[in-house]
Design a protein around this ligand. Structure first.
Ligand SMILES: Nc1nc2c(ncn2[C@@H]2O[C@H](COP(=O)(O)OP(=O)(O)O)[C@@H](O)[C@H]2O)c(=O)[nH]1
Ligand SMILES: [Mg+2]
Length: 213
């Protein structure tokens, strides 16, 4: 494999633009946007920090359910600009029905109407695997959305370090059999992850049919 494929860019600037509790607060669409979705505590904030090369720009938490906002970040490399968007996590059982309904509305508005959205990284804990909510999110992305171009999707199985090395390959194969989008493993404990996920992200954003959900 070409080693340059796995070289992560130097992120010269990464900053929070706005954290929104409703769609009316979303900043105007601009740079190519990548959103990070997944169950609470799956490792979204950690992966975003790793990709941005920042330790704690996106707040990580050992307590699930803390992020209830759609948070827009701007990520600048030497010659590119990306929007990274942290979507509120789901699967937090102590949340009320009203909160869940407002979560769904917010996610739908973002995923179906955001014209600058080009890719979604959908995270699953490698031990928990792909469940109904992930399939529902993939279905949502496939819904007709006349206002925006198609969105490519990559699944990321997080916390690979929690499995023994010999379990990695068979587990990833089993997960890949459950979805029609590409799936890769990640671990914030593994320094190679940053370059690998950046490489996948770049492939995802390449013009062409891509890996649409
Ligand atoms: N072992 C391990 N822990 C992780 C990994 N990624 C995230 N975590 C931990 O999982 C917890 C939740 O992570 P966070 O990024 O806040 O999840 P979020 O709710 O999806 O944003 C934190 O305690 C992280 O340190 C990983 O790859 N390996
Ligand atoms: Mg988070």
């Amino acid at each position: 494999m070409d080693p340059s494929r796995h070289r992560a860019p130097v992120v010269v600037e990464a900053r929070l633009i706005r954290a929104c509790v409703e769609a009316g607060q979303f900043p105007p669409p601009g740079a190519v946007e990548v959103c990070f979705a997944g169950r609470s505590n799956v490792g979204k904030s950690s992966l975003m920090n790793a990709l941005m090369g920042r330790h704690n720009l996106v707040r990580t938490s050992a307590t699930p359910g803390c992020t209830r906002r759609v948070a827009f970040y701007e990520v600048r490399t030497k010659d590119e600009l990306f929007g990274f968007v942290d979507l509120p996590g789901y699967g937090y059982t102590r949340r009320s029905k009203v909160e869940q309904a407002s979560w769904i509305r917010l996610i739908e508005r973002y995923l179906l109407e955001r014209v600058s959205l080009r890719a979604m990284l959908l995270l699953v804990d490698v031990r928990r695997g792909v469940q109904d909510q992930e399939h529902e999110l993939l279905d949502l992305l496939r819904r007709p959305a006349p206002g925006r171009p198609p969105v490519a999707c990559l699944m990321v199985a997080t916390k690979m370090d929690k499995l023994s090395g010999s379990a990695h390959k068979p587990r990833l194969s089993a997960l890949r059999a459950q979805v029609e989008v590409p799936l890769v493993g990640s671990s914030t404990r593994d320094p190679a992850t940053r370059g690998q996920i950046w490489a996948e992200l770049r492939m995802l954003l390449r013009p062409g049919p891509g890996h649409q959900a």
